[in-house]
Design a protein around this ligand. Sequence first.
Ligand code: FAD
Length: 311
Amino acid sequence: ISITQLGEARRALEEPLFADLAGDIGISFEFFPPKSEKMEAQLWDAVRTLEPLAPDFVSVTYGAGGSTRERTHATVARIQRETSMNAAAHLTCVEATKAEIDQVAEEYWAAGVRHIVALRGDMPTLGQPYQPHPGGYENAAALVAGLTRLHPFEISVAAYPECHPESGGHDADLDNLKRKLDAGASRAITQFFFSPEAYFRFRDRVAAAGITAQILPGILPVSNVAQTRKFAGACGAEIPAWMDRLFEGLDDHPAARQLVAATIAAEMCRRLYAGGVKDFHFYTLNRAELAYAICHMLGVRAKPAAEVAAA
Ligand code: FAD
């Protein structure tokens, strides 16, 4: 972040809380495919609650090792068919041949889905070093190139403000991001992070590398630090000590934890906004209320049903 940006950010931070957020924010949401009827009901409750906020798109994850291939497809296709929202399908390279992955992508195209979040993925067993399938796409950049050969998909890829754990450092990570964008992706969505400064430093490095694509910050509202820490280590995100302190003594107070979670995430978005960020991607974990509350604090309001349907 430059001195000027720092000055601007500081000035914005001195303004009254959330008072300067006035309807120029773009949002998107991530869901995961449900495993049971109960989870399906919860997902659709979240989808219907968040739909009036008119997100730019919503995405649905692909289980480790491609384990949710059918469920991801069914969820994405249904959102695309039955709601006013543009659905994006996550797709990974893990344990599949190119032909199999191309087939999945063809099915998305046939279902009217035009946006793919193209990822390498991780091995099904946690901690197992990544091994490309002998007949598959070797990494996300190769997958992006493969998808663009099939159809003119809109393609988003992953980015890591605090570095991907397997990368050889910031420069290698940035080279890899550049390869994915050069191959045909038009946007990067970041891994979650809890330090706006980490995002700003990453944004500066990205700009210095001549990358102009959107770097959409991924926002994870955390209401359970222990659970988040379990998977944060494996995905290149640090959980700061202040977060533990904020949740101390709240184990038996789930409602208070939710309020704290919303406050932390909204405050982080406000700081990002003060540094010029206008678009936010929320990891919802299929629960609407936290994301809804944060969007509300950011000045995002539900639109009338007719307006949402016409968009
Ligand atoms: P890549 O961009 O291919 O990079 C992986 C690593 O390999 C990096 O360290 C990179 O630097 C290195 N690398 C790549 N190519 C080369 C090369 N030629 N030479 C040297 N090094 C190289 N996972 C899922 O299973 N399902 C999901 O739905 C899912 N959604 C996600 C959404 C977002 C927004 C993010 C940020 C992550 C998501 N992930 C998902 C996790 C992701 O699959 C893992 O982080 C995975 O370990 C890396 O995927 P990638 O697409 O970033 O891989």
